[in-house]
Design a protein around this ligand. Structure first.
Ligand code: UDP
Ligand code: MG
Length: 162
């Protein structure tokens, strides 16, 4: 089934010069890049992005991470990929959440690390499911931007959410 996935190159990926390598890994015949932009990440945007993790002990750390406080990088690169099983494919290319457990050939396995404070600096974010992807796309892209690729987002299930 065709679907969209939001992928973010997080501040550690920007800082380490990994934009090219990451985009290259997502450049496959099965995924179509339908949206891409640099975005400044405020604390509020990072908190909204990770709202489902607000009760986790590591919430403050990942807000600092995504908003660039850990790396001194305030912008991220945000993409929307579309295709058959795009979320599963994008997550497989990213690898497991914990970089030590991730396949060494995946992005997170090859480039991620665990900081001494215990944060998984794992280079990329990828939506976990279709509902999360729709919410995230509307959070990171303006309505005008989304209109440009709205045909790639399942509208029927998204009714009332825009
Ligand atoms: N994270 C962490 N420690 C954990 C779990 C998660 O530092 O024990 C960070 C990691 O950067 C991860 C993000 O929080 O990518 C969001 O966690 P989630 O469980 O949603 O993992 P993901 O969907 O990114 O694989
Ligand atoms: Mg997640």
């Amino acid at each position: 089934m065709n679907e969209s996935a939001l992928v973010i190159i997080k501040p550690d990926g920007i800082q380490r010069g990994l934009i090219g390598p990451v985009l290259d890994r997502y450049d496959t015949p099965f995924l179509r890049l339908v949206g891409i932009k640099m975005a400044k990440v405020t604390r509020a945007l990072a908190a909204a992005h990770y709202e489902q993790l607000r009760n986790k002990p590591f919430f403050e750390e990942i807000i600092n991470y995504l908003s660039g406080k850990l790396n001194g990088i305030g912008s991220v690169l945000v993409m929307v990929y579309y295709g058959d099983q795009a979320i599963k494919r994008c997550r497989a290319i990213a690898g497991a959440t914990n970089p030590e457990e991730a396949n060494p050939r995946s992005i997170r396995g090859a480039f991620g690390r665990i900081t001494t404070k215990g944060v998984y600096e794992n280079v990329v974010h990828v939506s976990s499911n279709a509902k999360e992807a729709r919410r995230e796309i509307r959070l990171w892209f303006t309505p005008a931007e989304v209109r440009g690729f709205s045909q790639h987002i399942q509208q029927s299930k998204a009714k009332g959410r825009s």
